[in-house]
Design a protein around this ligand. Structure first.
Ligand SMILES: [Zn+2]
Length: 135
């Protein structure tokens, strides 16, 4: 992974991280909505998490922005920090039967993971776009 600087930035002294300073945040927000980080209108994914080759709206090519395993790690991190403390709190306060835990936490874990994974992948790609990080 490399950070490619826009040649236009060399003349201005602005960096990919600097620039307007909030480009990565714009990309993050658009990515969380599973939208193109460049324009916010086009779709980022063909299906669940398969990236399109380029934005149908603005033409931004998505191929250089590859999230690899980062979305899976971030999703596990986020879901784990919601589910595990909740499970421990329930166990400490109400001490329900094991089948109650299984009936609650397994579907909740799977559902939360399924809901977050594409959004987090979009956010990772959006931040890569915002910081001009290309693979
Ligand atoms: Zn676009």
């Amino acid at each position: 992974m490399t950070v490619n600087r826009d040649p236009r930035e060399a003349s201005t002294g602005a960096s990919a991280v600097g620039g307007d300073g909030l480009r990565w945040l714009t990309g993050l927000g658009r990515g969380l909505k599973r939208a193109c980080p460049g324009c916010g209108r086009g779709k980022l994914f063909l299906g669940y998490v398969q990236m399109q080759q380029s934005c149908k709206d603005c033409g931004l090519v998505f191929e250089p922005y590859r999230a690899d395993d980062a979305p899976a790690y971030f999703t596990i991190f986020a879901v784990g920090h919601v589910i595990v403390p909740s499970m421990l709190l329930l166990e400490q306060t109400l001490h329900p039967a094991t089948w109650v835990h299984m009936a609650m936490w397994v579907p909740l874990t799977l559902g939360l993971t399924a809901a977050l994974l594409p959004r987090i992948k979009g956010a990772v790609v959006g931040v890569q776009w915002g910081l001009n990080v290309r693979n």
